[in-house]
Design a protein around this ligand. Structure first.
Ligand code: HEM
Length: 492
């Protein structure tokens, strides 16, 4: 927690920095200006704009498209030729088969204002280099080490829970997952910053989230949310800068941030004769900051939403909660879980899987094509935008039995083990962690974290929804609950 008085935030300077970050690109951005080709059918009109930008209907709009255009839907969105890919085959073909022939879409370009040019937002050679440098922090044996911290921090967090207490589970889980990412990857205690980061993130995601589709123009929209978002950028920037500074003072502690800083210190300026390809050179100051920011935000917001929706679904489905309790009680018998218990907790994992099926924290991904691609007999030109939506595909009755029902048992195979293949849906109908060369680097981290948190807390707690709460999804960058998740903690 900061004790010194910080200088006031200069919004004009913050806007300048944010716009410079948004404007940065590692590779030229192609435009689709083709007039000579046929485009597949799709929706048109102002409803599109309303859904995507001025309302919170975008996830439902993607569901509509998936139902009405089973393979491809074409539309123009803010001057961009856009194709929604609605069939598993088309998704696999473009995002895996042609993954390297794409770059991120407009929305992520907008998030550069805060994330800078880190692993999530960089492109081409720069992305490859970043991925190579960060990857060791996510090796299996590293994750096994993090599991102990995950459980310790969950047990410490549990001491703040009291029987009968009413809380907002969305912000409570954000505090917990922020603490976990801080300790495991950065050796930092971010618990004192949870409120500030949570508040700033809400300002960003809820305020500007819907404008991100405007890409580089997002921050030019003269809405009140812009001021709040800029103040939020500056506050989060300060926290991350402080974490890096404190870490430098501590020296190498063997964690993720030490690795990034070491990569920076190894960096040899390119004098033109370097034998290393660009992908091998280290980080500069700004890159350490961008990578740290990306991992802090991508690494805690998604798992916080996973846990939030999980608790809501358990409260709404008492039989599933019983099914879970039976497992954690039998396997753990009151002790804390460890990494070795993962395989013995198939129901716990199944509950998490079913929660991210219905409420995928990353609910849509866009890509801009860098070459022409053929899909279902149509040419999708270089420069066009493609969209895929987990929210739409994970809820599609075409691929899922009782698609809208919370049925965690579907993830248990005939041997009683958890299996992502158990539901038998085609590849491309289940992709909570994305696809191809840009697949989530934190996937195993996230499975481990969610399983450890749930197995720890569900042994003693059965949170209930506050009666009469109106829960609705809001498409921020992640899929959030609009007014938080009001719950009452109940001891089992
Ligand atoms: C349930 C939790 C999570 C979900 C649903 C999730 C989902 C995703 C998805 C869909 C992508 C691909 C984005 C795209 O293609 O544009 C992604 C990328 C990424 N995720 Fe996650 N994520 C989760 C947890 C985490 C965690 C725990 C971390 C780190 C500790 C993390 C770090 C990243 C990073 C750095 C990328 C960019 C990878 C790259 O482009 O090479 N994520 N995530």
């Amino acid at each position: 927690m900061t004790s010194t008085v910080e200088p006031p935030i200069d919004l004009r300077e913050t806007a300048r920095i944010a716009m410079a970050r948004i404007g940065h690109t590692d590779i030229p951005i192609p435009k689709d200006r083709r007039r000579d080709i046929a485009r597949p059918p799709g929706p048109s009109g102002t409803r599109l704009l309303r859904s995507f930008i001025f309302g919170d209907n975008a996830p439902w709009f993607m569901v509509d498209l998936e139902r009405n255009y089973p393979t491809l839907a074409y539309f123009k969105l803010i001057g961009e030729h856009t194709y929604a890919l609605n069939s598993p085959d088309a998704i696999v073909d473009v995002y895996i088969g042609h993954g390297r022939d794409t770059m991120k879409g407009r929305g992520l370009q907008g998030t550069k204002a805060v994330l800078g040019n880190g692993l999530l937002t960089s492109e081409g050679e720069v992305h490859l280099r970043n991925r190579r440098l960060v990857q060791p922090a996510f090796h299996r044996e590293r994750i096994a080490g993090y599991a102990t911290d995950m459980v310790d921090l969950t047990l410490a967090h549990e001491t703040t829970w009291q029987d009968g207490q009413e809380l907002d589970m969305q912000s409570d889980m954000s505090t917990l997952t922020l603490g976990i990412v801080g300790r495991t990857l950065f050796g930092a205690d971010l618990s004192g910053d949870a409120h500030e980061i949570g508040d700033a993130l809400a300002g960003l995601l809820l305020g500007m989230g819907r404008y991100l589709v405007l890409g580089p123009n997002a921050l030019r929209v003269p809405v009140p949310a812009r001021q709040r978002a800029l103040a939020s950028f500056a506050r989060i920037d300060r926290i991350v800068d402080r974490v890096i500074e404190q870490h430098r003072a501590k020296g190498d502690t063997g964690d993720m941030l030490s690795m990034l800083i070491a990569a920076e210190e190894d960096d040899e300026p390119d004098r033109g004769g370097s034998a290393d390809p660009p992908g091998r050179r280290g980080f500069d100051d700004a890159q350490v900051r961008d990578e740290a920011m990306t991992l802090i935000l991508a690494g805690h917001e998604t798992t916080a939403m996973t846990m939030t929706w999980t608790w809501m679904l358990l409260a709404q489905n008492p039989a599933a909660a019983e099914w879970l309790h039976e497992e954690v009680d039998t396997v753990l018998g009151g002790r804390a879980p460890t990494m070795e218990d993962m395989a013995a907790l198939p129901r716990t994992r199944a509950i998490v899987a079913e929660a991210i099926r219905l409420y995928p924290p990353a609910w849509i991904q866009g890509r801009r094509l860098l070459t022409d691609v053929e899909v279902d007999g149509w040419t999708l030109p270089s420069g066009a935008i493609t969209l895929i939506s987990q929210f739409a595909l994970h809820r599609s009755p075409r691929w899922w039995e009782s698609s809208l029902t919370f049925m965690p048992q579907r993830w248990i195979d005939s041997s009683g083990a958890f299996s992502e293949e158990a539901p038998g849906q085609p590849r491309g109908a289940w992709f909570p962690f994305g696809w191809g060369n840009r697949r989530c680097i934190g996937e195993q981290f996230a499975w481990t974290e969610a399983t450890m948190i749930l197995a720890t807390l569900a042994q003693r707690w059965r949170p209930e929804l506050v009666p009469g709460s109106d829960i609705s999804v809001v498409p921020a960058v992640t899929l959030r609950s609009r007014d938080g998740m009001p719950m009452v903690l109940r001891r089992r």
